[in-house]
Design a binder for this molecule. Structure first.
Ligand code: GLN
Length: 542
């Protein structure tokens, strides 16, 4: 029997509901249950694929090619279960489905309304997960009280009624702000947001209270009294230094025991050894490396969420802490001596990106890493920049560029119009819709035997997730290989370059895909492990 846990958030956004859901998932797994996590987002974009990373953080891509919310990345990192396109939905997608059906005539004769048509569509999304796991955890994006959230709240209210209390639990994440002048944590915003939920017919049974300091027992009792929950169900969720402490911290506060109690399941002990081991390494590293991330969305930490985590995972595997130095690549274009900022780092990483802004700066960073023999890791856009740098500076073709930035004489990176997925051909042209039409999701690559990447993976066939529209042009391959760059990974048909490397460099690898999406704290991605190891070796040299 599948049980459902719905996670809502109140008071403010960015409370870490995604992490909360992920940690609850991990705790249930630690008690031997299978879990599946899903996210419902109230915005009207059909998916986050067309949103700027500045708006909504990273776009997380699943194996089956869905462009989803970054919380799905947390779900995968904490539970190890791969998400798919049915694990994330937005209000835009729900409305689109309903309206397409209306146009087809599926509801012929009916007046289409939020209740029941939109809410039914939302319930279908939830119900189709029945039977797929012991627990299905559904996170509702946004903040309770937002106009956009209402259809979702109404749908989960109905759903809770339909399956009954013994199969549905509502957990509400709130904030207790600290008011310095009063020297107190305040409970009023929590009371109000619970009242808001009660007014739409949802009774949260467990409150996860975010706070930046210890919550006095009296305040917990007060919250319980005013919010109509048992005092044991007011769970302090205090700030922790590492996100990987969250499952342990919730467990210490009794959250998983209370969930078991609610569902009347045996309150046996959870096995949290896996998380204790990770935390031991995170909090007691033996060495330290500094990695520069030279990109264009460096102001918002969430833009490179999975990347930041994958680097930490590489550190965990090497018993090292990883310090990230974010550098806006444009500075290398504007200030001639800015490149010195790269002098004290042990590794340079150019991540994914779109559009021309900052690309000349990225190319300068690649050149610096290549010439100074600093470990370099180029991801997607970063690989494209690395290839352009090689063609310009090693092959002497100064006009080398990507057609993403406009027509160019030497299109080293060009628009991809046709490629093979499994046994099928996918094609696009320059006028195709921009949403959901990139080369998306898992593709196989064949690796050259004996290459650095084949050694790191310990395999010559890999599957990795993609999200890009442009591709390295093989017309320049021979000239680059003559200068020492090896195309060590190719698509199975040999047409699309997937990986490049310089074997005579301590560590220089560019990949067309996004390896960071598959890294987990307990299963760090081999290329991140290898990159951080190279950076550690470099740090011992200086
Ligand atoms: N803008 C590049 C492309 O579309 C790279 C995309 C990326 O880095 N994800 O091919």
């Amino acid at each position: 029997m599948t049980r459902y846990i719905f996670i809502t958030g109140g008071v403010v956004s960015s409370l870490g509901k995604g992490l909360a859901a992920s940690a609850i998932g991990a705790l249930l797994q630690a008690r031997g249950y299978s879990v599946r996590l899903a996210k419902m987002d109230p915005y009207l974009n059909v998916d986050p694929g067309t949103m700027s990373p500045f708006q909504h953080g990273e776009v997380f891509v699943t194996d089956d090619g869905a462009e989803t919310d970054l919380d799905l990345g947390h779900y995968e990192r904490f539970t190890g279960r791969s998400a798919n396109k049915n694990d994330s939905i937005s209000a835009g997608r729900i409305f689109l489905n309903v309206l397409q059906r209306e146009r087809r005539g599926d509801y012929l004769g009916a007046t289409i309304q939020v209740i029941p048509h939109v809410t039914d569509e939302i319930k279908t999304f939830i119900r189709e997960k029945d039977g797929s796991a012991d627990f299905v955890l559904v996170e509702i994006g946004g903040t309770v009280g937002d106009i956009e959230s209402l259809p979702f709240l109404e749908a989960i209210r109905q759903f809770g009624n339909e399956v009954g209390e013994e199969r549905a639990l509502f957990i509400h994440v709130t904030l207790l702000p600290y008011i310095g002048a009063a020297g107190e944590l305040k409970t009023k915003p929590t009371q109000h947001s619970v009242k808001e939920l009660l007014s739409v017919g949802i009774r949260p049974r467990i409150l996860l209270c975010r706070a930046d300091r210890e919550i006095p027992a009296d305040e917990c009792r007060k919250i319980a009294l005013f919010c109509n929950v048992a005092p044991e169900d007011v769970i302090p969720a205090l700030d922790v230094k590492s996100i990987y402490e969250v499952p342990l911290s919730y467990s210490r506060e009794g959250l998983d025991t209370r969930i078991m109690h609610y569902f009347k399941l045996p309150e046996k002990k959870a096995d949290l050894g896996r998380w204790e081991g990770i935390l031991q390494r995170v909090y007691h590293p033996e060495s330290h490396v500094k990695i520069a991330i030279v990109g264009k969305y460096t102001e918002l930490a969430d833009s490179y969420k999975s990347l930041n985590e994958a680097l930490i995972h590489g550190g965990i595997a090497n018993n090292a802490s990883v310090e990230l130095k974010f550098i806006e690549s444009e500075v290398f274009e504007k200030e001639s001596d800015a490149i010195h900022q790269l002098q004290d780092v042990n590794g340079i990483l150019v991540p994914g990106g779109f559009g021309v802004r900052g690309t000349e700066g990225m190319i300068k960073a690649v050149e610096f890493a290549r010439e100074r023999k600093i470990p370099f890791y180029g991801i997607c856009f970063g690989m494209q920049m690395a290839v352009i740098e090689g063609v310009r500076n090693l092959c002497g073709i100064k006009d080398a560029n990507s057609t993403e930035f406009g027509p160019c004489k030497e299109p080293v990176v060009g628009l991809m119009t046709e490629w093979v997925k499994g046994n099928e051909k996918e094609s696009r042209d320059a006028n195709t819709d921009l949403g959901g039409t990139m080369r998306l999701g898992a593709y196989i690559a064949h690796l050259k035997k004996g290459s650095r990447v084949a050694q790191a993976y310990g395999a010559t066939e890999i599957s990795e997730r993609h999200r890009h529209r442009y591709e390295v042009n093989t017309a320049y391959k021979d000239r680059l290989e003559a200068k020492g760059m090896v195309f060590s990974g190719m698509s199975p048909d040999g047409r699309l370059p997937e990986i490049v490397e310089y074997p005579d460099h301590p560590w220089f690898v560019g990949v067309q895909y996004h390896p960071e999406l598959k890294s987990k704290p307990f299963d760090p991605h081999p290329l991140f492990v290898s990159f951080i190891k190279a950076a550690l070796d470099q740090s011992r040299l200086v």
